[in-house]
Write a protein that binds this ligand. Structure first.
Ligand SMILES: Cc1ncc(COP(=O)(O)O)c(C=O)c1O
Length: 217
């Protein structure tokens, strides 16, 4: 017995999340993109909707997010039953970790990968495996070299933050094809709107055709 409650293994290995810098020396008005915030501000329609909800703050919101589900399905041409909503992608990453990782399992990410992936992995008792990035780019062969029989998740932010680099659709498909069917491939598209490369693919086709792919936005 110990003299105080002990968190389960992995929890104390979590390094606190470090937000990106909001100030840059010598730059008067830097644009901070590292938290995926809208530097243009909220749309006037979102502000109006927020203000009109003021009289219902004492009630729980619709847990299934039906209005949002319908709107997003219509805008992006997605099947509504595929969608899962969270308080930002981070909550979804936590759910993915808790759902698929057992202590002793591992999850793979690029060495400069988003900090929230490692937090979700460790919180679920998983081992974080960092694949080498070459020229600040996710390399499919380096990811695959980290896979073993205890691998349950591969996290890929595409385009990546903070490196700003992108993995072409053909490479993501090659990665998926080489992964065992019981490994979840998470395609984090938080920055997908910035991808101008014609070879970029958002991963919706993979999500539709295979049961081991999750896309987050
Ligand atoms: C790579 C990456 N993925 C996901 C997120 C989370 O984005 P959001 O909270 O908008 O879902 C961020 C935010 O910093 C990010 O940098």
């Amino acid at each position: 017995m110990t003299d105080r409650p002990q968190p389960k293994p992995g929890i104390l290995d979590i390094s606190p999340y470090k937000p990106g810098k909001a100030a840059v020396e010598g730059v008067a008005h830097p644009l901070k993109l590292s938290a995926n915030e809208n530097i243009l501000g909220s749309s006037p329609e979102a502000k109006t909707a927020f203000a009109s909800a003021i009289d219902e703050l004492h009630l729980y919101p619709d847990g299934r997010c039906n209005a949002l589900r319908e709107a997003i399905s219509a805008k992006y041409g997605l099947e509504p039953e595929r969608l899962l909503f969270g308080c930002g992608s981070d909550e979804i990453f936590q759910l993915i970790g808790q759902t698929f990782l057992q202590p002793g399992d591992n999850a793979i990410q690029g060495e400069h990968g988003f900090g929230a992936f490692a937090i979700a992995t460790r919180a679920a008792g998983g081992e974080v495996r960092m694949a080498r990035e070459i020229d600040l780019r996710i390399d499919v062969d380096e990811l695959l070299a980290c896979v073993d029989e205890r691998t349950r998740i591969v996290w890929v932010a595409n385009p990546a933050n903070p490196t700003g680099t992108l993995v072409k659709g053909s490479e993501i498909r090659r990665l998926h094809a080489a992964l065992p069917a019981d490994v979840v491939l998470v395609l984090d598209g938080a920055y997908a709107e910035f991808a101008e490369d014609p070879d970029f693919e958002d991963g919706v086709d993979l999500v539709r055709n295979f049961s081991n792919v999750i896309m987050t936005r």
